[in-house]
Design a binder for this molecule. Structure first.
Ligand SMILES: Nc1ncnc2c1ncn2[C@@H]1O[C@H](COP(=O)(O)OP(=O)(O)OP(=O)(O)O)[C@@H](O)[C@H]1O
Ligand SMILES: [Mg+2]
Length: 244
């Protein structure tokens, strides 16, 4: 389970996360919605131990992300794919995917490569193992990014707007992969502006507003009540997203 407990995070005098509580159980798909600047990426970066908390605690299974000795174990459990493609440009697709399994998990190269090839095949890139990132489209690169995260066999997959830099066709390609992962029972924390897609794949929707977690509801209830108690703010957000 991922447990975010009363997390506060500020940059200088700006509070970016203001007492966030969130629990994600194995098998759940949880989408985080919220306006630009509401703190979504910061929350993902905190779960990854990339940001130091001002207060509160984040546990990934039994490991405390804030404790330097436990961070590596916590990170092994959560694979992350970011907004921007961050593949190593000087390595092939296969090299990018097998690097961490070989270096961190100490997997034999042959085994790591076999896993990588199977993952690539599952996202429709079976023939591109030897290509370099620059030779791929944005959608293909992002699919490789997903394979790279999955190659570490994480218990949790954290996705931060993985389709925001893609055109609609490439977005559809990547979302299809994510829908399949959700169906297969992958635990996912999914930051997105794709409201309709979030509605289709999520068990729960959380809504961040100015660093506060205003809403945490089962997907059906979230959309039926447009945010329940936080209805005015959520309705405003949803109507803006639908116009875009
Ligand atoms: N390293 C940093 N230093 C200072 N301020 C930061 C830093 N990172 C984020 N912020 C600020 O924190 C706030 C939340 O940023 P964050 O990137 O988490 O928002 P977001 O919800 O992911 O937005 P978007 O939808 O645009 O990706 C913003 O006001 C941002 O300017
Ligand atoms: Mg962001």
């Amino acid at each position: 389970m991922i447990k975010v407990e009363n997390v506060k995070k500020a940059f200088g005098h700006t509070t970016v996360l203001d007492g966030v509580d969130l629990t994600i159980a194995p098998g759940e798909v949880v989408s985080i919605l919220g306006s630009s600047g509401s703190g979504k990426s910061t929350l993902i970066r905190c779960i990854n131990g990339l940001e130091k908390l001002n207060s509160g605690r984040i546990m990934v299974d039994e490991f405390d992300v804030g404790k330097p000795r436990e961070l590596a174990e916590a990170r092994k459990r959560s694979g992350t794919v970011f907004q921007l493609f961050n593949l190593y440009p000087h390595m092939t697709v296969l090299g990018n995917i097998t690097l961490a399994p070989i270096e961190v998990l100490k997997k034999p190269r042959a085994e790591a490569e076999a896993t990588a090839r199977a993952l690539l095949k599952s996202v429709g890139l079976g023939s591109r193992a030897d290509a370099y990132p620059a030779q791929l489209s944005g959608g293909q690169r992002q699919r490789v990014g997903i394979c790279r995260a999955l190659a570490m066999q994480p218990r949790y997959l954290l996705l931060d707007e993985v389709t925001s830099a893609l055109d609609p066709e490439m977005t559809a390609e990547v979302l299809a992969i994510l829908a399949k992962l959700a169906q297969d029972g992958t635990t996912m924390l999914f930051v997105t502006h794709e409201v309709e897609f979030a509605r289709q794949i999520s068990d729960r929707i959380v809504f961040l507003d100015n660093g506060r977690l205003l809403v945490d509801l089962p997907t059906k209830e979230f959309f039926a009540a447009e945010g329940g108690m936080a209805r005015p703010r959520v309705a405003q957000f949803l109507s803006k997203m639908r116009k875009e």
